[in-house]
Design a protein around this ligand. Structure first.
Ligand code: ADP
Length: 304
């Protein structure tokens, strides 16, 4: 079936990305809550149609670890993309509360299975693995979103690469500086996965901007320095798991199958569905986020 703007009631704003806004909407015919992402492209209709056709493969991206796609349409040069609403938001906003090894393993397992699904069933790489693109709901379910299915869309999004947090693998950073494209293979996603897992464990991006004089110094540290490691308190097993993702040499990085067989994830599997209380962790993380927000607004009110 096809969807159009008049079928939606617009609700609150969920967040702003680099290219547009994400809002919660209600699909009136079905009363389903959805998240609608607006991507401002300012392209002619023909190009927008080509993008919509490419996005169609998302209807095949049905897996427990992938955010469900409902459909897309365009209005006045903007693409609107409707997907499953994840009511706890993205992982980057929840991670500051801290994670136990069990929670970290559960999140890692979902990410690996999601990435493996994209590779095995859709023959695509994610290309933008980072905590912002890992969504969570209050049932404690973890899902991936924002993977690169449309070459046309990717080309149209200005390659600004802004922001001071790069999740790109060393070979990709180096490649971009040489030919502006970067050599890219699925192992580059494995690096970004490792970096994201460390970020979730630390509660912040592993190459903190304040440590480096500028973005160039930061990128140099990624390319030339030792890879980051998990903070104290995690098992040798967990440390080995991320180390296998963060090998500087891409061919030495683990494959998704190897990661699934790693004892860090095998133990998670053995704990079973109810063996880890994700629901309480998500509830606690949301509460923590709300407290942080109140603290920040109180500080702002005091003019500090
Ligand atoms: P970016 O361009 O930085 O990847 P997005 O535009 O994808 O960001 O999303 C912006 C924010 O909107 C995210 O950080 C997330 O908090 C929120 N968001 C995106 N998709 C959803 C969704 N399906 N459900 C709930 N919140 C979402």
């Amino acid at each position: 079936f096809s969807i159009s703007m008049d079928q939606f009631e617009l609700e609150d704003e969920l967040g702003k990305g680099n290219y547009g806004t994400v809002r919660r909407v209600i699909h009136k015919p079905t009363k389903v809550n959805m998240a609608m992402k607006e991507i401002r492209l300012e392209l002619e209709d023909q190009k927008l149609n080509a993008i919509l056709m490419e996005l169609d493969i998302l209807h095949r991206a049905v897996a427990p670890e992938i955010v469900e796609f409902y459909g897309a349409f365009f209005v006045e040069g903007c693409v609107y993309y409707c997907m499953e609403y994840m009511d706890a938001g993205s992982l980057d906003k929840l991670q500051g509360v801290g994670v136990s090894e069990e929670i970290l393993a559960r999140i890692s397992g979902a990410m690996v299975r999601g990435l493996k699904f994209l590779k095995d069933h859709l023959q695509i790489m994610h290309r933008d693995v980072k905590p912002t693109n890992v969504l969570v709901n209050r049932q404690g379910i973890i899902k991936l979103c924002d993977f690169g299915v449309s070459g046309q869309l990717e080309k149209s999004l200005a390659k600004t690469n802004i922001g001071c947090q790069s999740y790109m693998a060393p070979e990709r950073i180096q490649g971009e500086s040489i030919n502006n494209v970067g050599t890219y293979s699925v192992s580059s996603d494995v690096w970004s996965l490792g970096l994201s897992i460390i970020e979730v464990a630390m509660g912040h991006y592993p190459y903190p901007p304040e440590t480096y004089a500028n973005v160039f110094a930061q990128l140099t540290a990624i390319v030339q320095g030792d890879p980051p490691t998990l903070p104290d308190g995690f098992s040798d097993e967990a440390c080995d798991f991320v180390a296998r993702c963060l090998m500087k040499e891409p061919t030495r990085r683990a494959t998704y199958s190897e990661l699934l067989e790693h004892s860090f994830l095998v133990k998670d599997e053995e704990r079973g569905k109810d063996g880890v209380d994700m629901v309480s962790w998500v509830a606690g993380a949301i509460e923590w986020k709300e407290k942080e927000r109140l603290k920040a607004s109180a500080t702002a009110d005091l003019g500090l």
